[in-house]
Ligand binder design. Sequence first.
Ligand SMILES: Cc1cc2nc3c(=O)[nH]c(=O)nc-3n(C[C@H](O)[C@H](O)[C@H](O)COP(=O)(O)OP(=O)(O)OC[C@H]3O[C@@H](n4cnc5c(N)ncnc54)[C@H](O)[C@@H]3O)c2cc1C
Length: 274
Amino acid sequence: MGGTKPLSRYTTYRIGGPAEVYEIREAAQAEALFTGGEIVLGGGSNVLAADAGTDRRVLINRLSGIVINGNRVYAGSGTFLPKLAAVCADAGFSGLEWAGGIPGTVGGAVCINAGAFGGAIADVLLYADVLEDGKQRRYGAADCRFSYRRSRFTDQNTYITGACFLLKHGDPDAIAALGRAYQARRRLTQPVGRSAGSVFKAADRPAGWYIDRAGLKGLSVGGAVISDKHANFILNTGGAAAGDVLALMRRIEETVFQKFHVMLEREIRLIGEF
Ligand SMILES: Cc1cc2nc3c(=O)[nH]c(=O)nc-3n(C[C@H](O)[C@H](O)[C@H](O)COP(=O)(O)OP(=O)(O)OC[C@H]3O[C@@H](n4cnc5c(N)ncnc54)[C@H](O)[C@@H]3O)c2cc1C
């Protein structure tokens, strides 16, 4: 069952202090443990976890399984997005090609309406199953209140248990080729290393454009550095503290505001006690 563990084990930044952690592999476990006050994490690929950790329980969601029925694909919320994209491509379903390079889970992706290359969860989701107020509920896409990197789930404490996608039949070779082209584009434009992807949301221009023009590429605090390759990525080069990443985020916010009068909005979520 649960135990005190460093959150650094569960985040792609490899940063984060102690918390009481439970890995959830069965729906019944989620139902028993989720009361609404816990932090639910999937791949931990869109969060910065505090060095001090958190007093809240952390549920690491590993509910897995993919079921195909006609052109509907149902995935457990702990399914890794690249795995879902690969299964869909193999089965000749188009609609999730953009998701292949996103190192998170279906639950995290639905929560923040993940997207790339012009596609997003909101375009393909049919419904999401959740635990909320001690009950199971099903939200149709129209009730998920999707907007750019937001949904009704970003602001309320819900445990997404599964999601059903409505996809289109296509040519498996063409689908695979498009997926590969997107991955190649990522390799060209994004740095390898420990990160949580884009730190800030796009404003009227990509956030990286502002950060780059503000002359902040390469700036570091402790073990954290603003990537030279993609200015909207902050990397943990080894041994970075959450405080180092947060210091860089604040520096970016202040400098971009001073230079451009644009207040960048954070995409990654801070969890724990900062
Ligand atoms: C190299 C790299 C590239 C990336 N590229 C992209 C990209 O192109 N597009 C993009 O949108 N994102 C990108 N990301 C960010 C991230 O991978 C995605 O947003 C991903 O969908 C987050 O999923 P996760 O499971 O890791 O969520 P987590 O980081 O674990 O959680 C994110 C949020 O979702 C909530 N959450 C997670 N699971 C559940 C659940 N089951 N029920 C309820 N709430 C839940 C958490 O509480 C938290 O608020 C990238 C990240 C990296 C490291």
